[in-house]
Design a binder for this molecule. Structure first.
Ligand code: PMP
Length: 429
């Protein structure tokens, strides 16, 4: 099956080539391959399966909705209404009244495209500010604001007027500073470019950022960095878009990561885990003052996926009732202890970081400081061969990343911690 598919599928598909396994089924935090081997899935469909595979409640809700009807186009429906109410209700109280929702289609990139377009329409401006190392999706607009060079290097003709600024990536400071010398110079640099007549930038339509760069190597932004950007964008009347496609829907221990940064964005992009079980949906949540689109201004065929809304409603109810966000925080602390413990194995463990259950271990050569991507690849391979699925990311794929289900158990975290330790030991041998 694997060979047959690999022969047919586009060469650009990476998973079947990186991890040669074919999946038959999934349940909870585990998947089973065609040979009956069971794997602990700490990738969760790239952060999609917040309640693991086939959680009974979203699954039953989606089944019921499938029997009712599937595609609601753009019409109001009871399940879409309930989904909207609950989604808005997940926002901090002061934002709820003035927040509008737009259903964008199935993917995260659809939400990013919509957010950029909305801000361009609302401000009448063209330029966009974004950050080095960020990832926003594979459509041409989302790709244009993506700062991970290898994702887009061969593509010509990207959206013009995009400016990349340094992110608060303190472990690999883009300005070459040590923490003690730093006055959040990265944010100061952006502020200076925006306010100085010699900054070379006209007032942009938006600033777009991740609060934790996921694909970029699990890099949580510094709080002062984000707050300073919020302050300057507000002062200059620039909409701030936070891309919470990966960090949102509980992943970081609050429903949205921005809650932990003490800011209120103008636009929030959400997708991946919105339905909690892998049915596609994406939205932007935005301030009413940006509600300038005329009817039909931004359409899309797949905006009315009723089973996804039904699953999303059920997921949000489970998250509240079962205090899943508390579990995220507790399991994240537990996982961090395991990952910090890897430092004693080898000086190749250069950094251990994360926010909630978005976690990563950066592996670099202690002599040269260069990415140890071959070691990271071996760790991933050793982990898979021991029954744990994890992902790589960051510069040259030297960061071992984990996105466990938000409702994973303490036992599963310990199992993953043990396997990662064994895998790193084996990879070093
Ligand atoms: N934004 C962020 C922060 C992401 O992590 C991703 C996906 N990894 C996207 C956007 C794009 O989402 P999709 O692949 O669903 O288009």
């Amino acid at each position: 099956l694997l060979d047959r598919q690999a022969g047919r599928e586009s060469n650009s598909r990476s998973y079947p080539r990186k991890l040669p396994m074919a999946i038959r089924r999934g349940k909870g935090s585990y998947v089973e391959d065609l040979d009956g081997n069971v794997f602990l899935d700490f990738l969760s469909g790239a952060g999609v399966l917040s309640l693991g595979h086939n959680h009974p409640e979203p699954l039953a809700a989606a089944h019921r909705q499938l029997d009712e009807f599937v595609h609601g186009l753009d019409f109001p429906t009871p399940v879409k209404d309930e989904f909207t109410e609950l989604t808005i209700g997940m926002l901090p109280e002061p934002m709820r009244e003035r927040t509008r929702i737009h259903f964008c289609g199935p993917t995260g990139a659809n939400a990013v495209d919509a957010a950029l377009k909305l801000c361009k329409t609302a401000t009448g401006r063209e330029e966009i500010i974004t950050f080095q190392g960020g990832f926003h999706g594979a459509t041409l607009a989302a790709l244009s604001v993506t700062g991970l060079v290898e994702q887009k290097e061969p593509v010509r003709g990207r959206m013009p007027g995009v400016h990349f600024f340094p992110y608060s990536n303190c472990h690999n400071c883009p300005l070459g500073l040590k923490r003690d010398d730093c006055q959040v110079n990265c944010a100061a640099f952006l502020e200076k470019a925006l306010t100085d007549v010699n900054g070379g930038i006209t007032l942009p339509a938006a600033v777009i950022m991740e609060l934790v760069q996921g694909e970029g190597g699990v890099i949580p932004a510094e709080v002062e960095f984000v707050q300073r950007i919020r302050e300057v964008t507000r002062r200059l009347g620039i909409p701030l878009i936070v891309d919470e496609v990966q960090s949102g829907c509980g992943r970081t221990g609050t429903w949205f990561a921005f809650e932990q940064y003490g800011i209120e964005p103008d636009v929030v992009c959400a997708s991946k885990a919105l339905s909690g079980m892998g049915l596609p949906a994406s939205v932007i949540l935005y301030d009413e003052k940006l509600d300038v689109w005329k009817p039909g201004a931004h359409s899309g065929t797949f905006r009315g996926n009723q089973p996804a809304f039904a699953a999303g409603v059920a997921t949000m109810k489970v998250v509240k009732r079962e205090r899943v966000l508390e579990n995220v925080r507790a399991r994240a602390d537990q996982l961090m202890v395991h990952l910090q413990g890897l430092r004693e194995l080898t000086p190749y463990v250069a950094d251990v970081r994360g926010l909630g259950l978005m976690t990563g271990v950066e592996l670099t050569d202690p002599e040269t400081g260069l990415p140890a991507e071959a070691l990271a690849k071996r760790v991933q391979w050793e982990a898979v061969s021991r029954g744990l699925i994890i992902e790589l990311g960051g510069r040259d794929d030297c960061v071992v990343r984990m996105l466990p289900p938000l409702n994973c158990s303490a036992r599963e975290i310990d199992q993953a911690g043990r396997i990662i330790r064994e895998s790193l030991t084996a990879a070093l041998a």
